[in-house]
Design a protein around this ligand. Sequence first.
Ligand code: B16
Ligand code: MG
Length: 217
Amino acid sequence: EKVGFIFDLDGVIVDTAKYHYLAWHKLAKELGFEFTKEQNELFKGVSRKRCLEILLDIGNISATQEQFDTWMVEKNVDYLAYIEKMDASEILPDVPRVLEYLKKKNVPIALGSASKNARPILEKVDLLPYFDSIVDGNSVTKAKPDPEVFLIAASNLGVTASSCVVFEDAVAGIQAANAANMISIGIGEDTILNEAKYNFKDFTEISDEFLESLLNK
Ligand code: B16
Ligand code: MG
């Protein structure tokens, strides 16, 4: 049975959460309230639209449709200014080693992200060539924890869902992978990602031997 690997983007390949935070923080400030780093945790893996809904809830602000759309655009313009300055130095530790190992073994690789900016980010950090398929916020109708994003990725790779391995840093992402009947690997705090089949702090803890064991299951 052919095995496929699916990577989340933010929090797995790069730490763009800090840029999302800065952009949301600026918008909140303009709207007259403080948005904290702790609150930003709630935004991980969540769509831009849903993030703005949560932000407005936090600030107790009601918006017209027009205001809502304007703020969505404004946040993204600010976020893109940070993305513009990214380069390969922002790739999280040992991600290139793992991608290189899988490439060498001819394992198909997909991206499964909620972000509509996934492609330009991969381009900026020079990782685009590793990906056989990119499934992002532009290609899905249902957000994680719905398994749609990962199921589309599996289908694009020509691999059955149960033969896919998913790397995720968000609870909703682990739930989406489990709902798709895939092998879920949590990257980050194992206490938070306790629904994952395997847990690692980051990719430096993932050995070639472990990857090999997933290929021969
Ligand atoms: P954008 P992931 C997610 O990326 C982020 O974790 C989340 O904070 C963000 O709101 C979402 O992408 C949408 O991003 O505004 O660029 O479309 O973790 O699913 O790779
Ligand atoms: Mg993520």
